[in-house]
Design a binder for this molecule. Structure first.
Ligand SMILES: CC(C)(COP(=O)(O)OP(=O)(O)OC[C@H]1O[C@@H](n2cnc3c(N)ncnc32)[C@H](O)[C@@H]1OP(=O)(O)O)[C@@H](O)C(=O)NCCC(=O)NCCS
Length: 159
């Protein structure tokens, strides 16, 4: 499980009991899980479809640093299932677990669309793909400029 995001529990995140408000935690988890699903499926159009029961294992207090962990447990045809855990960064004591969060990959019409993924994509792979695609930019820019020059030459020859 990868723990990417750290949060510092502040006064505005507390419930009247003086511990971390569950709603704040769920908002952070939903966003973190959505980002994870977006990166795994390489598509910004993903929506939360299902969340299993949430186990608030222990409370966090003001000043605690907590970290949010995610892992993909299943790749479906249009969906991805994640397991989530939040823990205290220093003590590693578990604060919350969600066994199952399902996100659905959508097309431009908002309909479920196959994502074609079958296994976890790691950050290095995503970066390598980005580097590969950005390497192609100058080539395609040259190709576009060549096309423009050819069009100008053709236009000139018509005059
Ligand atoms: C997401 C949505 C388009 C899916 O529509 P749908 O008619 O349920 O689509 P499908 O029946 O084709 O199911 C899509 C996928 O979700 C899975 N799924 C559907 N219901 C599920 C459930 N209760 N639990 C787990 N997975 C479920 C299906 O198994 C399928 O996955 P697969 O293709 O990998 O097998 C629709 O339910 C929706 O728009 N929901 C609202 C989403 C939303 O607003 N979320 C909150 C804000 S992000």
């Amino acid at each position: 499980m990868n723990f990417h995001t750290r949060k510092w529990v502040k006064p505005e995140d507390l419930n009247p009991n003086g511990t971390l408000f569950g709603g704040s935690l769920l908002r952070w988890i939903d966003e973190e899980a959505a980002i994870y699903a977006i990166c795994q499926l390489d598509n910004q159009r993903v929506v939360t479809k299902f969340m299993s029961e949430i186990n608030f294992v222990s409370s966090a207090r003001q000043g605690d640093i907590i970290e949010l962990g995610m892992t993909a447990t299943h790749f479906g045809r249009t969906s991805i299932t994640l397991r989530c855990e939040v823990r205290n960064k220093i003590t590693r004591k578990s604060i919350l677990t969600v066994e199952k969060m399902v996100f659905v990959n959508l097309d431009e019409n908002g309909e479920p669309a196959p994502h074609g993924r079958t296994q976890i994509r790691y950050a290095e792979e995503t970066f390598a793909r980005y580097r590969e695609s950005s390497r192609q930019v100058p080539q395609s820019a040259v190709a576009v400029e060549d096309e423009r020059a050819a069009a100008r030459a053709e236009a000139d020859s018509l005059h």
